[in-house]
Each structure stands twice: as structure tokens, then as C-alpha cells.
Design a binder for this molecule. Structure first.
Ligand SMILES: [Fe+2]
Length: 416
């Protein structure tokens, strides 16, 4: 969970020269082993009991994550491209398909925590079976099919990295329901914000290319590259901190309906929100559940586990706005903001919609992103739980407005 350093991508759009086949096999083999090992490393501090718990419908058990990312390779790579491949267990596709309707029927998401069998050792054996088959395929695939196979390996690895982040956010949610406040890692420390001048910086106004330019990997929802008009707007250099959030609470932010969207105020009422997710008032001071267990709220670090509704209410309280995702992307590309990546995903005021000219991929993998483009909001950047090498300037994360179990925070913007 190291901090991710990212520099602006070159915007040339020039195609990279293709690797010789043997070099490509070695490259994908190493990448496959590295990412698969990271999943196991993230699961390793967790007991068998930890790994089966599902604390809410939105969160999945660690064991399910470990199996589902494996099913992804089995279903979309091995079944399609390896005629000799034998499905590990005929029951697994039903248990570990997430939402791919075209890939067949699947177990109900809210009941993933009830799957005590197959057990964790069965999932470990499943992973080993699929690992061996994928490695064999990478080493032996004929040249004519190699490009397609490596492309599916690549999306499978980025998919697995997304689940590595979810593994962490989901177990934190589970531990936060446990009265003994377990630690995922007793040594874990909150990432510190970059020091330096605070305040606002101008985003270069005008027409800017937004999205992924085709150089390297992207998910389909980052394409196509297209022009957007950026107004005269200034964006905060830094993320909003816990100290600022404490001011919002002290000023009655959670008790002032005029600050809230109608749906947001309804959520405050229904959920009883008085502070960010995982905050608890204990003996008059705020504590928060972290990966290291229950800790005092540190005023100097970036606020996390706030919903879109809370981010929007805070912006209104501060007399500011949330940036649009295009404003955020231009600011990050021009390197005028601190902590774009590595601490908290940042809510934007942009609805998660397709970019002009977007086309979902053919087949079941076309369900990956496109069918979720309604009723959700875009978050930009990356969090402390995002795996190394996964973040991008054009990356679009998305969640429903009330969600707050992710490492979600915000930075503000103001119109000039
Ligand atoms: Fe998935």
C-alpha cells in the first residue's frame, strides 16, 4: 500500500512498438505472479474466520474476493483460449461470478458471507490450479492468439488490483462492526499529507483533452479521449482535513438541512449520521476505526469515509464547490495539486456517465463498466489502499452517493 507517484502522461497518442513474443511472455508472467502474490499478501494477516465474514451487502468476504478474481481468469481467459483447460469445480462459476449476466447465473451478492464451504483451503487450491493454467497459457500461446491473450491477462490483473483495494475496504468495514476493534495491521499508519502552501490554484481555463489517450492500459470508461471546456476555476491544493471536518461538525453541519441535498438530508436522518464513517465519540473525543484499530481522530490528516452527500454539504458549508472530474483531471495533469493519489479518492460533482462516443466492449466483458453508468458519482485520484501501479490520471472510480466505506474524501474548488 505504498503511495503512488504519478507524472502527467505524454499526450502524443503514438503507439508503442510491440514487444518480441518471448519478451512479452516474460513480461506478462512476471506481472501475473506479482499481482496474484499481492492478493495473497493482503489476505495473509486475516484468519479463516475473518475471511468469510460479509458485514453488509456492498462488501464481500476476503475468501470471495480471492476466488472471484480467479474465476475471472478462468471464465474470460482459460475457457476461451485454452482448449485443454478443465474447470476446477463446476460449482464455482455460480458461486464466484459477480455481475456478468452473459457469463451465466450467479449467487446472490448479499449472501456471499454464507458460503462457508468451499472453505479457504479449497479457494487456495483453486487459485493454484488457475495460476498454473494461466502461466502455461502465457508461456505456450501461439503467436496469432498472443495479443488477445495478453490483453485479457492485463485486464484480469487490473481487475484483481481493484479487488485488492476492496479486500482492504471490506475488511475494515467488517472490523468496524466488531466491539473489540481489531487491527488489520497494528503497525499501519495513516499517510501524511504533502506539506506546503495551502489555498487554491487556478486550473488552466479553455478546451482540454480529457480521458485516456491510448498509451498503456485503461478501462473502457476512460475512453474516448475528448475535448471539454474548463471554466475559470480554482482548485484546492490539498485535501480537506479532519480539522476542517471537526469545524463542520462543531458548526452544526449535520443538523442544518439547508446545507444538504434532499436525498443527503434524508440519509442524515435515516442513518443518524453525525460524523464521517467509523468516527465514534468516546469520552468526549472523536475516535475512528482504522486499519490499525481504533485511533483518535488526527486533525492533520485528510478526512475519509465521507459520502458524496457529506462532501457536497461540506462544500456548501465552505462556500465552495466540488470540482468536476474534468477540472480535477486538468489540475492533476498540470501538477498543480498535492496528494492527487495515495491518500483518499476524491468525490467530484460529475455524474458517472459515458464519455461522448463511448462504446462498451463486445461480449460479457462489455458488462465491466458500461452498465453502471447511471445514478453514481465519479471519484478521482487513488487511495491509500490502491495497489502500486494501478492509479492513472484518467482513472474514473464511481460509487453511489450514500457510500462511505471506501477511503473517500474530497478537495474543494471555487469559481473565479
Ligand atoms: Fe470483479
Amino acid at each position: 500500500m505504498a503511495r503512488t507517484a504519478i507524472s502527467p502522461a505524454p499526450r502524443t497518442g503514438a503507439a508503442k512498438p510491440k514487444r518480441p513474443l518471448d519478451e512479452a511472455r516474460g513480461h506478462w508472467l512476471r506481472a501475473f505472479r506479482r499481482v496474484r502474490a499481492e492478493t495473497e499478501a493482503r489476505a495473509s494477516p486475516l484468519s479463516a474466520e475473518d475471511q468469510i465474514v460479509q458485514s453488509m451487502a456492498d462488501a464481500s468476504p476476503t475468501k470471495w474476493h480471492r476466488a472471484h478474481v480467479t474465476w475471472f481468469f478462468e471464465q474470460f481467459l482459460l475457457v476461451v483460449h485454452d482448449p485443454s483447460y478443465k474447470i476446477f469445480d463446476q460449482r464455482f462459476p455460480f458461486l464466484f461470478n459477480s455481475y456478468y449476466v452473459a457469463a451465466g447465473p450467479r449467487h446472490a451478492r448479499p449472501q456471499r458471507g454464507l458460503i462457508t464451504r468451499p472453505d479457504g483451503e479449497d479457494v487456495t487450491a483453486y487459485r493454484a490450479h488457475v495460476d498454473a493454467a494461466v502461466e502455461r497459457l502465457i508461456e505456450k500461446v501461439p503467436e496469432a492468439e498472443a495479443e488477445r491473450v495478453f490483453a485479457i491477462v492485463e485486464i484480469g490483473l487490473h481487475h484483481e488490483q481493484q479487488h485488492q483495494e476492496l479486500l482492504i475496504t471490506d475488511i475494515l468495514h467488517a472490523f468496524a462492526q466488531n466491539p473489540t476493534d481489531p487491527a488489520y495491521d497494528t503497525e499501519w499508519q495513516q499517510p501524511r499529507a504533502t506539506q506546503g502552501p495551502r489555498g487554491y490554484v487556478e486550473v488552466p481555463a479553455g478546451i482540454h483533452a480529457i480521458g485516456h489517450d491510448g498509451e498503456g492500459f485503461s478501462f473502457d470508461n476512460e475512453t474516448p479521449l475528448h475535448d471539454e471546456l474548463i471554466p475559470h476555476v480554482r482548485i484546492a491544493r490539498h485535501l480537506v482535513t479532519n480539522a476542517e471536518w471537526l469545524e463542520f461538525i462543531a458548526a452544526g453541519g449535520y443538523a442544518t438541512p439547508a446545507l444538504w441535498l434532499s436525498d443527503g438530508w434524508a440519509a442524515v436522518q435515516t442513518e443518524g449520521w453525525q460524523a464521517p464513517g467509523y468516527w465514534r465519540l468516546k469520552d468526549g473525543t472523536w475516535q475512528t476505526m482504522t486499519l490499525a484499530g481504533l485511533k483518535p481522530v488526527d486533525p492533520t490528516v485528510a478526512v475519509q469515509h465521507v459520502s458524496y452527500y457529506e462532501a457536497e454539504a461540506f462544500a456548501r458549508f465552505a462556500g465552495k464547490h466540488l470540482p468536476s472530474e474534468a477540472e480535477w483531471e486538468v489540475a492533476a495533469r498540470t501538477n498543480v495539486i498535492a496528494d492527487a493519489f495515495g491518500i483518499a479518492w476524491q468525490w467530484t460533482r460529475s455524474a458517472y456517465l459515458h464519455y461522448p462516443g463511448y462504446r462498451a466492449a463486445e461480449g460479457a466483458l462489455g458488462e465491466y463498466n458500461g452498465k453502471f453508468m447511471v445514478s453514481q458519482m465519479v471519484l478521482r485520484g487513488a487511495s491509500l489502499a490502491t495497489p502500486e501501479g494501478h492509479a492513472r490520471l484518467s482513472y474514473r472510480n464511481f460509487f453511489y452517493p450514500p457510500s462511505r466505506w471506501q477511503f473517500s474524501g474530497l478537495r474543494l474548488a471555487e469559481f473565479v
